[in-house]
Design a protein around this ligand. Structure first.
Ligand code: ZN
Length: 284
């Protein structure tokens, strides 16, 4: 089961997303070999990116990047409007922290960048950039919504390893801009939703007998919970021979000359691990 389940509470005063990913992360990571710490941050990043993309209406590609100056220099998650997800990461293994997994220890100073490329409108590109702050990715995203969008947001992320597979997911609730209810009522509703969200235990979240719908009902049955249809998501890469050829055509002869090994240029896709090999000029 790999799903995003949208919901609203208190007649639309609050909105939320429940994300649970089983096979998706294993599919996305089986071509990549990373230390556990990196797998965990990728799992959390994919969950966050799914939450954010699902708040937006788009036809095309949503991309979330974390650019850092620390051990991890670049983390990318992209999601098509059809729900195809892929991720990649660049880091220096020697510099990774041992136990301390605070966000700043992993990325150093960094920025979170969101972009939406609409497939239908060539020049319409939404971009959001925010400094990476807070001690966890969840906190960083809460701060992003508070400072850039003025939307109170609460986010919980879970990840674990089971039988060598990476499982992940989480829950996000947001207070919607609303003029009809008093500020006090709105803040009260948000506060309650946060306390209830925080009561969700990791063991409950990963309990295979509890569906997403059941878990949400347990938490929010007294808050006019309204569920929308769940969206299925899956891992898929969009690389192709044509795209790699196009990329090679963008390099100078000098740059290409430095890439040859045994008379061939080999390009490995960072997302899915697929290898493309070209002899001289085959990309023309
Ligand atoms: Zn690929």
């Amino acid at each position: 089961m790999n799903i995003i389940l949208p919901f609203i509470l208190n007649d639309g005063l609050l909105r939320g997303r429940f994300v649970k990913l089983d096979s998706l992360m294993s599919d996305a990571l089986c071509h990549q070999h990373h230390p556990k710490m990196i797998e965990q941050i990728l799992a959390e990043s994919v969950t966050v990116a799914l939450m954010l993309s699902s708040f937006l209406k788009y036809e095309g590609l949503f991309t979330m990047q974390i650019q850092g100056k620390g051990p991890v220099t670049l983390l990318v998650v992209d999601i098509t409007s059809e729900g195809k997800v892929r991720t990649s990461v660049r880091y220096d293994e020697k510099l990774l922290p041992q136990d301390n997994k605070k966000l700043q220890d992993i990325f150093g100073t960094g920025v979170l960048v969101f972009t939406v490329d609409q497939a239908t409108q060539q020049d319409e590109r939404y971009q959001g950039v925010v400094e990476l702050s807070g001690s966890s990715l969840a906190e960083a995203v809460e701060k992003y919504f508070q400072s850039s969008e003025q939307i109170l947001t609460h986010l919980l992320l879970f990840s674990r390893e089971k039988n060598g597979l990476c499982q992940t997911g989480g829950l996000v609730v947001q207070l919607m801009p609303d003029n009809t209810s008093s500020n006090e009522k709105r803040l009260d509703a948000f506060e309650t939703a946060c306390v209830l969200a925080d009561s969700l235990k990791k063991v409950e979240f990963f309990d295979e007998k509890l569906s997403a719908e059941k878990l949400l009902f347990r938490l929010y049955h007294a808050d006019h919970l309204l569920l929308f249809p769940a969206k299925q998501v899956s891992f898929a890469c969009r690389c192709s021979e044509e795209k790699v050829k196009k990329m090679l055509r963008g390099f100078s002869t000098q740059e290409l000359d430095a890439m040859y090994q045994n008379g061939e240029i080999q390009v490995d896709c960072q997302f899915c691990g697929k290898t493309y090999c070209f002899k001289k000029g085959e990309w023309e």
